[in-house]
Design a binder for this molecule. Structure first.
Ligand code: NDP
Length: 323
């Protein structure tokens, strides 16, 4: 089978297409033959070594497809079932992968393989952020960075569904217009506007209850300065580089703020948490309050180009690879 490997950390040029034997599932595993593979920003962190990997390594955490074989003891899946996964193992940029059966999710008829690959990791992230990390309600004002991105588009829609006021931050007028079309009440163009000033202006000087910041280094200051007293800083990504170390004294000086650095894996650490998160995410899509735009498609062999486009901020929504 075809697989993308890296032998060293570095730029997109480190991704190489290789041939590997089709693996056979061990006890508790399923072999999933991929039809569509999700591309996520975390894949670029694995590639660069921001999140180090043992090399050589595959890349990719997420794919949808069909169960091609099941290992001993697996009862939840049988050959021919549609299934997906988004919490690894790393190596989804391939024609197939072995996945622990309790880390795979059954795909409902209402969700196509393409939508599943576009939305599992990003939608489940949005779900835990708005329902668990900070339970959003109508009384809240939420700032959402990278609002036209893969996670961002879902976050905007879900936060609106929960009744909050959404201030979307995005790079450029086209992305801001897209965020508005998804329901954002206010938009701030991060390429031309002062983010914290924009948030103050939109909230009558008060500030936001929660900031969902996936940009990291470039927006850390602005996010801190956008919160009202007792506000929650949710730092969940590093698209521009890691956020600086957090000084507890600064959290006090800015208004007894809360700060958290959450990750999807911890919120889906058991099979039941994973299933619950997946079911609620698929239900949001079936219900229609989360609409998933057609993802941008690349051939598996063009994964490097997908990384280039994602890192250059040239994309809206999700990217997928077709094996
Ligand atoms: P996106 O589609 O959101 O792409 C990243 C976006 O970040 C860009 O489009 C761009 O939007 C913005 N950005 C701002 N500055 C930069 C920069 N210097 N370089 C690149 N991008 C920049 O990607 P994903 O939806 O895959 O992921 C979004 C974020 O969420 C990532 O940071 C990812 O790591 C994080 N994440 C965290 C998870 C968790 O559980 N902690 C799980 C899933 C994702 P714009 O031009 O509008 O600024």
């Amino acid at each position: 089978m075809k697989t993308i490997q890296i032998h060293r950390h570095g730029g997109p040029e480190t991704l190489v297409v290789e041939e590997a034997d089709m693996p056979a599932p061990g006890p508790g595993q399923v072999l999933i033959r991929h039809t569509v593979i999700g591309v996520n920003f975390i894949d670029t962190y694995h590639r660069t070594g921001l999140y180090p990997l043992r090399l050589p390594s595959g890349l990719g955490m997420e794919a949808a497809g069909v169960v091609a074989a099941v290992g001993e003891g697996v009862t939840r899946f049988k050959r021919g079932d549609r299934a997906g996964y988004c919490t690894g193992p790393i190596g989804a940029y391939a024609e197939a992968a072995l996945v622990a059966a309790d880390r795979a999710v059954a795909l409902p008829d209402s969700v196509s393989d393409e939508t599943a690959a576009a939305v599992m990791l990003k939608g489940m992230t949005a779900r835990y952020l708005v329902r668990k990390t900070f339970a959003v309600g109508p009384e809240h004002v939420a700032v959402i960075h990278a609002a036209a991105g893969g996670v961002g588009q879902i976050l905007v829609q879900w936060t609106k569904r929960l009744g909050a006021t959404v201030i979307a931050v995005a790079g450029g007028p086209e992305k801001c217009a897209l965020a508005r079309s998804l329901g954002a009440d206010h938009t701030i163009d991060s390429l031309s506007d002062d983010i914290a000033q924009g948030v103050r202006a939109a909230t009558g000087g008060e500030g936001a209850d929660v900031v969902y910041d996936s940009v990291g280094k470039a927006t850390f200051e602005a996010s801190l300065n956008s919160l009202k007293p007792l506000g929650m800083f949710v730092s969940f990504g590093n698209a521009s580089g890691p956020a600086p170390d957090v000084n507890p004294g600064l959290l006090n000086a800015k208004g007894s703020l809360f700060f958290t650095r959450p990750g999807l894996f911890h919120y889906t650490r058991t099979a039941s948490l994973l299933q619950e998160t997946a079911e609620e995410t698929f239900a949001a899509i079936a219900d229609g309050f989360v609409k998933v735009a057609t993802p941008r498609r690349y051939a598996l062999a063009d994964a490097a180009q997908a990384h280039r486009d994602l890192e250059a901020r040239r994309t809206l929504g999700s990217l997928v690879l077709i094996p």
